[in-house]
Write a protein that binds this ligand. Structure first.
Ligand code: ADP
Length: 324
């Protein structure tokens, strides 16, 4: 193996830079040339390639975002777009690639490799959502939950000062992987997630119980994909029940959860899977996602990583109920 390429794709996540750095430095360590593909699959189609040297990845391990940039690329969904991408890769003599992205990026890789079997790709799970089967942690998740926790801590201070009830919306269209740890770590009174059915009446009773127990403010963490709706909708429903113990406020954390300096564990894990990805290509592995389960490296076929669903740990929900 003389040459590999690396790119970041789909939703960006803190820690992607640490992963890129590890891929580049590991490849150079083994005497392999590295090409960075800019802007995900779009850059592959456009031939937006850049040669990566050791210094190309200096001073980036602590930065959020991705120096290679990212994109959602419509053209890669078409056979013509993928043909163009293939031709660009062939022109550069690239047939081994590390993709850092989420389930969409791995699905794209699967389609591409089924059409062009001479291309090998391995993946590093880069998404703040932690929703990929076959790994305990995805790159970006640890930073995102810490960002959410710090933001909710700040909100808690002001909620307490003014006797307020805050509904704080965190990311999670399909899952409560961010909402649950953020709620536990901030001592939130309740957490509403897509995986469990939300009852506004139960929520109001929980809040009322807190009031009776002399709480002078409350925090409810809402995953954006909750079955009743986002934080504004939930707040509206609670108001309809004439719950007037505290003034009601809503905060949507939004994109601050995507950026920021990756945590220590994030940098270490991202570096580890990046290094292993290059070794995996050297070992001839293909169409697998590098993950970490119980601190051990795992290789999960893209097929499985994207199809299977990760379940939440019900004990985390119980913790919010008992401890708040
Ligand atoms: P993520 O990787 O974060 O889940 P997306 O779902 O946006 O992000 O996927 C990233 C990109 O992967 C898409 O913009 C598209 O270019 C490509 N992709 C996703 N699914 C497919 C597919 N079924 N066929 C071809 N390309 C795909």
């Amino acid at each position: 193996m003389k040459k590999i390429a690396v790119f970041t794709s789909g939703g960006d996540a803190p820690g992607m830079n640490a992963c890129i750095r590890a891929v580049v430095r590991t490849a150079l360590h083994y005497g392999i040339e590295v090409i960075g593909i800019k802007r995900g699959y779009q850059g592959m189609i456009d031939g937006d390639f850049v040669k990566m040297e050791a210094h190309s990845v200096s001073g980036i391990i602590h930065l959020g975002g991705t120096i290679l940039r990212s994109a959602r690329c419509k053209d890669f969904h078409t056979p013509e777009g993928r043909r163009q991408a293939y031709e660009q890769l062939k022109k550069e003599h690239i047939d081994k690639i590390v993709v850092i992205g989420g389930d969409g990026s791995f699905r794209g890789a699967l389609v591409f490799m089924s059409e062009y079997p001479d291309i090998s790709m391995v993946g590093c799970a880069g998404t703040i959502d932690n929703d990929l089967f076959g790994t305990d942690y995805t790159i970006g998740y640890d930073t995102a939950i810490n960002t959410a926790m710090n933001a909710i801590d700040n909100i808690k201070d002001t909620a307490n000062a003014h006797d307020r009830l805050f509904f704080v919306e965190v990311m999670g269209r399909d899952a409560g992987f961010i909402a649950l740890p953020a709620a536990i770590a901030t001592g939130a009174e309740a957490v509403l997630i897509p995986e469990s059915k939300t009852s506004i009446d139960d929520l109001v009773s929980t809040l009322e119980k807190g009031y009776q127990n002399k709480k002078n403010s409350s925090i409810v963490v809402v995953a954006e994909g909750d079955d009743v709706g986002g934080a504004f909708k939930i707040a509206e429903e609670v108001k309809k029940r004439s719950f007037e113990r505290w003034e009601i406020k809503v905060t949507i954390l939004g994109h601050i959860q995507r950026g920021g300096r990756p945590t220590c564990l994030e940098r270490v894990r991202a570096s580890r899977v990046g290094m292993v990805a290059v070794k995996a290509l050297l070992e001839g592995r293909n169409a697998v996602m590098i993950g970490e389960v119980n601190s051990q490296i795992t290789y999960t076929p893209f097929e499985k990583a994207t199809k299977h669903h990760m379940d939440i740990n019900p004990m985390l929900l119980e913790m919010v109920e008992i401890l708040s």
